[in-house]
Design a protein around this ligand. Structure first.
Ligand SMILES: Cc1cc2nc3c(=O)[nH]c(=O)nc-3n(C[C@H](O)[C@H](O)[C@H](O)COP(=O)(O)OP(=O)(O)OC[C@H]3O[C@@H](n4cnc5c(N)ncnc54)[C@H](O)[C@@H]3O)c2cc1C
Length: 223
């Protein structure tokens, strides 16, 4: 397994607990939208602590971007990564496949589960293939919505937000249920892309199955 030390070129908050990291791109380091790598921090005590994160930039960009939610209570890699500054280094490992785009569909994301979809959406937009896809994005509060403005611009009326812990006129309230899915399904969806915390994935897949969606049209990743 090859390791690549890369410098952080830029970092900024995307939400109150999620940061974007733009890092150097190693030569000949290729990935497909939706793929990920294991990342560790090039600091004593952290080099062997590898965690998976997804590339969110376009495959042709000359940099890499990660969008990382911090869980300070884990006292782990995501807490430490959020303390890093421009010039600090990450260690990247092999690229591995997670979710890849197949056919038009309904994307269902929970929280940081949006990350594998970001590069897919940016790439579909760039290649004029985004129309006909729809995004359901489940979060606790409005402040938790990652890249709300960009996703709204990409999807327009096909961007459906649902918040479990807040009521707002512009957002649906509650969790993703079978009825909610039935109401918000796009008719032309051939694939159902699901990515969120494992309990949400399990519930959504069960609901989709109850609605008659076949297993082979469901593409799933757990965070
Ligand atoms: C393929 C894939 C791609 C991913 N891509 C992204 C991405 O692009 N962006 C993103 O934000 N996330 C992504 N994730 C999720 C991300 O990998 C995890 O959030 C990350 O590994 C957490 O690392 P951590 O060291 O902070 O915490 P952990 O490794 O979860 O935990 C560190 C320590 O804390 C302890 N711990 C665990 N849970 C708790 C708890 N609730 N309270 C207290 N202690 C606890 C554990 O025992 C462990 O020893 C991805 C996951 C996968 C599988």
């Amino acid at each position: 397994m090859k390791k690549h030390n890369v410098k952080i070129l830029e970092s900024f908050f995307v939400t109150h607990d999620v940061k974007s990291f733009i890092v150097e791109r190693p030569e000949d380091y290729m990935f497909e939208p939706g793929q990920a790598t294991e990342v560790s921090i090039n600091k004593n005590g952290w080099k062997e602590e590898k965690r998976p994160f997804t590339f969110t930039n376009l495959p042709e960009d000359n940099f890499l971007q990660f969008i990382i939610k911090s869980y300070p209570e884990h006292k782990g890699v995501t807490k430490e990564i959020h303390t890093l500054n421009v010039g600090d280094e990450l260690i990247l490992h092999d690229v591995f496949g997670t979710i890849t785009y197949q056919r038009k569909g309904l994307f269902i994301a929970g929280g940081a589960g949006i990350t594998p979809f970001i590069s897919i959406f940016r790439n579909l937009k760039k290649t004029d293939r985004l129309i006909g896809n729809r995004l359901i994005f489940a979060n606790k509060t409005k402040e938790d919505i990652i890249l709300q403005k960009e996703l709204g611009g990409l999807f327009g009326n096909d961007f459906i937000n649902i918040l479990s812990e807040e009521n707002h006129d512009d957002f649906q309230h509650g969790t993703v249920t079978k009825d909610f899915l039935k109401k918000n399904m796009n008719e032309r969806a051939e694939n159902f892309y699901v990515c969120g915390p494992e309990p949400m994935n399990e519930a959504v897949i069960e609901q989709l199955t109850d609605l008659g969606i076949t297993q082979k049209s469901i593409i799933k990743e757990g965070l």
